[in-house]
Design a protein around this ligand. Structure first.
Ligand SMILES: Cc1cc2nc3c(=O)[nH]c(=O)nc-3n(C[C@H](O)[C@H](O)[C@H](O)COP(=O)(O)O)c2cc1C
Length: 171
């Protein structure tokens, strides 16, 4: 089976993409850009069940065994696009349990992309706990960054590339 990166940035070609592009030179994986999908918020009456979420999840559980979530740090937290995706996983615990069961035994990793090297305390916890709740194996978390002072918008610092290299050994 295969690996997929699930990207949750509010721009398709920003700093998160820089990390994704570098990662994809290191590991073979597909990419899903959540920005290109129409995924509404969780609704208790599953009113958004006809949007892109459930077909996307069917594709994910059928084609991949490792899911790497990558999100920019927006206000010390995962992006709202990523959070909406996680909220909608609740559809797979009620309305479409068949999809939820298929997540069991798969792997989950998380990567953040901030403008500073400092890790936001607890950033990894929703990813780690969600993996545990869903019966997935948590492969770990990596914080990366692209400094806003860095004038060159097309390359990552060597230190960031090195920690990504290290992280790929866990995947
Ligand atoms: C709405 C918003 C909130 C942000 N909040 C933080 C933050 O809390 N901590 C941080 O280090 N960077 C923060 N940043 C900077 C981004 O994390 C950083 O520039 C990231 O590399 C952007 O990735 P992107 O180009 O894929 O959006 C924020 C940026 C935006 C647009």
């Amino acid at each position: 089976m295969a690996t997929v990166i699930i990207k949750g940035s509010s721009r398709s070609h920003g700093h998160t993409s820089l990390v994704v592009n570098y990662l994809r030179t290191k590991i073979k994986c597909d990419l899903i850009d959540l920005l290109s999908k129409k995924i509404g918020p969780f609704d208790y009456e599953f009113k958004n069940s006809n949007d892109d979420f459930l077909p996307l999840m069917e594709q994910i559980v059928d084609q991949y065994d490792t899911l790497i979530f990558i999100t920019p740090v927006y206000w010390y937290s995962m992006s709202s696009i990523t959070k909406t995706f996680f909220d909608r996983l609740s559809d797979c615990l009620h309305h479409r349990k068949d999809i939820g069961y298929k997540l069991k035994g798969k792997n989950l990793a998380a990567i953040s992309v901030g403008s500073e090297s400092g890790i936001v305390e607890g950033f990894n916890i929703p990813f780690r706990n969600s993996a545990e709740y869903l019966g997935m194996t948590y492969l770990g978390y990596l914080h990366t960054w692209k400094s806003s002072a860095d004038q060159n918008d097309s390359v990552l610092e060597s230190e960031v590339m090195e920690i990504i290299d290290q992280f790929t050994l866990q995947l």
